[in-house]
Design a protein around this ligand. Structure first.
Ligand code: GLC
Length: 506
């Protein structure tokens, strides 16, 4: 089949990944191409990817946008000899980089949520539709769209008279995160549906937001207009039809009744041989090097946050090393900040349980409020090292060097970090939701907690943590069985690609 994948991120390009979606758009096309499909991945160039060495200009498209004609360039990246059936392309225009070259998301503030990003992705989608109509993009057998950023393509195909020819395309829509929907006004703003496409003859029932009647909801449009809707894990596919529906549960139940909704778990790359364990000394040395590097960079002082923990663990390996790697967003770490009965946070209670026998190393950056919280706790703890930033090599060392990986996400469509930790033989303690529930089996290849409502979840996390610490201290044989099970688990991309063929592309 000829497949066209459209997304905001592509982790195979340098700087092309912000979150887990970037990993998926790097790996899934390779797996599909390996099955014999001709795969094209198309993302915005953000005035950056088109400047990568070896990139060539294919053509320029005349795109109608906001009542003007914009000249959007279509570039082709050099092909990778390891994946001859895979092609990466980017669309370029100054409006696709409104926040500077290379910035994928602008993260508009709460006063005008999504305003800059939504306009940028509306132009991107209009260019995709134009490229398909005018033949610059070869006619695909399937168009696979990812998250709200790309959902304008089927809106144009269905409701823009100039794109009627696109009505026959088979669209597949993947939901990576239902919490981000890209909602904008229908009109009365320069970042609004009718401002971008003044001639659009849309049916409000497909594109309107169920909660805000004067708004356009691209996430909903993707769900309503595509032939298949894919959630990135079976459990998440169920959860979003209920409490995790973010206002769209009814649309998702309808998609399910119509046989359009599929839950297929993401995969993970497995190297030929198992990731080698990392010695604690080597890990600490790498931490010091990274801290020094950050110290030399402008910006917040990240260096001093873990000084006392670093000092304390200089000579001795903790008997248990707890690790965490990931973006600091509410979704991922909200539970850790929750106050429990005595007013202290869940994190502080975890650290108290860990006591003098263990060390918790957390690597991540994101929401500054959350960063500040972790930095403040780290400043007064000598068993918590908060590395405020990101470094791929350091993340790999933490996956390979830790004893227990913590992932207490409030919700998790799929999650990748738990798979990476498991791959290295590090068991995870996770909140049993979404993809975490589909990858970690409590007491078999890891540990899980649950509970209805945040207060119960916080409590169960603390209780389970105590039990897990106890198991680690008293039953090394059981622990190593669980860690072997974690390492043996397989979430294989080629199986995922075959599931796409059977359930999304058929
Ligand atoms: C989003 C989700 C994450 C998922 C990723 C890739 O980032 O939050 O759970 O793994 O998309 O699908």
């Amino acid at each position: 089949m000829r497949l066209l994948l459209i997304a905001a991120e592509n982790g195979s390009l340098p700087g092309g990944k912000v979150g887990g979606m970037g990993d998926v758009i790097r790996d899934v096309p390779r797996a599909l191409a390996a099955l014999g499909h001709e795969v094209t991945v198309l993302v915005p160039g953000y005035q950056h990817f088109s400047r990568l060495p070896g990139t060539t200009l294919q053509t320029a498209l005349e795109v109608d946008f906001r009542g003007h004609t914009e000249r959007v360039e279509l570039w082709v990246l050099p092909s990778d000899p390891a994946h001859p059936r895979l092609r990466c392309q980017v669309l370029e225009h100054p409006l696709l980089a409104p926040c500077g070259p290379g910035r994928i998301y602008c993260d508009d503030g709460p006063d005008r949520p999504f305003a800059t990003d939504a306009s940028k992705f509306a132009l991107f989608c209009a260019a995709v539709a134009t490229g398909l109509r005018d033949g610059a993009l070869p006619w695909p057998d399937r168009v696979h769209l990812h998250d709200w950023h790309t959902a304008m393509v089927p809106v144009l195909a269905r409701f823009e008279p100039g794109f009627a020819a696109l009505g026959e395309l088979h669209f597949v829509y993947t939901i990576h995160n239902l919490a981000l929907q890209g909602i904008r006004p229908l009109r009365g703003d320069d970042s609004a549906l009718e401002a971008w496409f003044p001639r659009l003859r849309y049916d409000y029932a497909f594109v309107g937001d169920p909660r805000y009647p004067d708004c356009f909801n691209p996430m909903r449009a993707g769900i309503r207009l595509c032939r298949k809707v894919h959630a990135v894990s079976p459990t998440y596919a169920r959860e979003i039809q209920g409490d995790a529906g973010e206002g769209l549960a009814e649309d998702l139940r309808q998609a399910d009744r119509e046989g359009r909704l599929e839950g297929i778990l993401n995969g993970c790359e497995y190297p030929a041989s198992r990731v080698a364990p990392v010695e604690f000394g080597a890990l600490l040395a790498a931490v010091r090097v990274q801290l020094q590097r950050w110290r030399e960079e402008p910006g917040p002082d990240r260096a001093m946050r873990g000084a006392s923990a670093l000092e304390r663990w200089r000579r001795k390996r903790p008997s248990i090393l707890l690790t965490s790697v990931g973006r600091l967003t509410d979704q991922k770490v909200r539970l850790l900040r929750m106050p429990v009965a005595d007013g202290r946070s869940v994190l502080e209670h975890l650290l108290e349980s860990l006591g003098r026998r263990g060390l918790f190393i957390m690597l991540g950056s994101g929401d500054p409020v959350l960063e500040d919280f972790f930095a403040a706790v780290a400043a007064r703890s000598d068993n918590f090292l908060f590395l405020r930033g990101f470094s791929e090599p350091l993340s790999e060392m933490l996956y390979a060097g830790g004893d227990l990986f913590l992932m207490p996400s409030s919700f998790e469509p799929c999650g990748i970090s738990q798979m990476l930790a498991m791959r290295a033989g590090q068991p995870c303690l996770v909140h049993a939701v979404g993809g975490l529930a589909d990858t970690v089996r409590d007491g078999v290849n890891g540990f899980a907690f649950g509970g209805t409502g945040e207060a119960a979840q916080a409590l169960h996390l603390l209780q389970r943590f105590e039990q897990v610490l106890n198991l680690h201290a008293t039953d090394p044989a059981a622990w190593s069985r669980i860690s072997e099970e974690a390492a043996a688990a397989r979430f294989d991309w080629s199986a995922v690609a075959r599931a796409y063929e059977a359930r999304l592309y058929r």
